[in-house]
Design a protein around this ligand. Structure first.
Ligand code: SF4
Ligand code: ZN
Ligand code: ZN
Length: 334
């Protein structure tokens, strides 16, 4: 016999949530995810009334969920999306990006579309091929992540927003936390805390509203809402830095044996690190001698310039267009 929902006790349950032991109907599941995102956002004061927020929208399931919830809990005219085409054959195709752009516009959020090629002069695939030919061991994911963060921050500054929001989920955050612990990177761990101050006046504060939502939950949410799921996986998914791939595997094994493990890791770190994160001083990172953007301490040139140099790109384009936002012209409050 079909189970009834553990929350409303009326409708048929369609989702089993191992970390709570509950079976939920579609409506109660969607509400549960929304409320948990709202609680997390409010708990750490991620969004203040009137904040203008730039959303990184890849067109994947997580970005639909973030857009959906933020457009409901915040004034959509204060949101603007940026979608970055990495340039990976068969993945993150322009039609996926167009789909999320039209969806966002229906919610009142305009989306700027750009690409790694536009910013650096080369697609991710080209950079990877060039690096490989020159014997470089850089992971495609390192280049991909750094480029995307850079582009988002450039647009955040260009449009003068208060925050950038990315759709990192609980799985991403727990993996990063464990990698930081295994590397002994205490500062990295503290910087992951939602209360840690910005590292540079040039870097717009970042928020991660989905940080307590499991990846499987964002997938179910997207399916239940009828959002398109990307069918193809990135061809570089198995070239994640080795330690991260191992951690991901182990954490999934532990989560299967003891549901709620990922959530407990992040919850405990949030509590343990709250005070030290509050006390962290705002740092001013040094600037890259080549591109002028902030870079880590002890570095003369930033990681992005370094990777591009290794790939034989001596003069990256480092330019971005500034499209006029629809929301700006139609809604003067933005
Ligand atoms: Fe980028 Fe790596 Fe993700 Fe592919 S798997 S999209 S290269 S971060
Ligand atoms: Zn229900
Ligand atoms: Zn640089």
């Amino acid at each position: 016999m079909a189970r009834t929902c553990s929350v409303c006790g009326v409708r048929k349950a369609v989702v089993y949530q191992p970390h709570t032991g509950r079976s939920l109907c579609r409506e109660c599941f969607l509400e549960d995810v929304k409320q948990r995102v709202k609680r997390e956002v409010e708990r750490w004061g991620m969004i203040r009334p009137g904040d203008r927020i730039l959303l990184g929208l890849s067109g994947g399931k997580d970005s639909y969920v973030m857009l959906d919830i933020l457009a409901e809990m915040h004034d959509p005219s204060k949101l603007v999306g940026v979608s970055i085409i990495e340039g990976i054959p068969g993945y993150n195709r322009e039609e996926d990006i167009e789909k999320i752009k039209s969806h966002a516009r229906r919610l009142g959020v305009d989306v700027v579309i750009t690409s790694i090629r536009e910013y650096t002069g080369h697609s991710l695939y080209e950079i990877v091929a060039r690096s490989k030919a020159r014997g470089s061991k850089q992971s495609p994911c390192t280049f991909c992540g750094i480029s995307r963060r850079r582009i988002l921050n450039m647009y955040a500054r260009m449009y003068g927003v208060d925050k950038t929001a990315t759709a990192h989920n609980l799985d991403d955050e727990a993996q990063t936390a464990v990698v930081n612990m295994l590397r002994g990177d205490i500062v990295g761990l503290l910087r992951q805390h939602p209360l840690s101050p910005p590292v540079s006046s040039e870097i717009v504060p970042r928020i991660k509203p989905l940080r307590k939502i499991y990846e499987w939950e964002t997938a179910v949410y997207a399916v239940q809402r009828g959002y398109p799921l990307q069918e193809t996986e990135c061809m570089f998914i198995n070239r994640f830095p080795t330690l991260r791939a191992r951690v991901r595997e182990e954490l999934y094994r532990l989560e299967a044996e003891r549901p709620g493990t990922l959530l407990r890791i992040l919850e405990n770190l949030d509590m343990l690190l709250e005070e030290p994160a509050r006390r962290l001083e705002r740092e001013e990172l040094p600037k890259c001698e080549k591109c002028g953007e902030p870079t880590s301490y002890g570095r003369r040139i930033c990681k992005l310039c370094e990777i591009l140099e290794e790939a034989g790109v001596e003069k990256p384009a480092y330019t971005l267009r500034r499209p006029t936002l629809l929301t700006r012209t139609t809604r003067p409050r933005f």
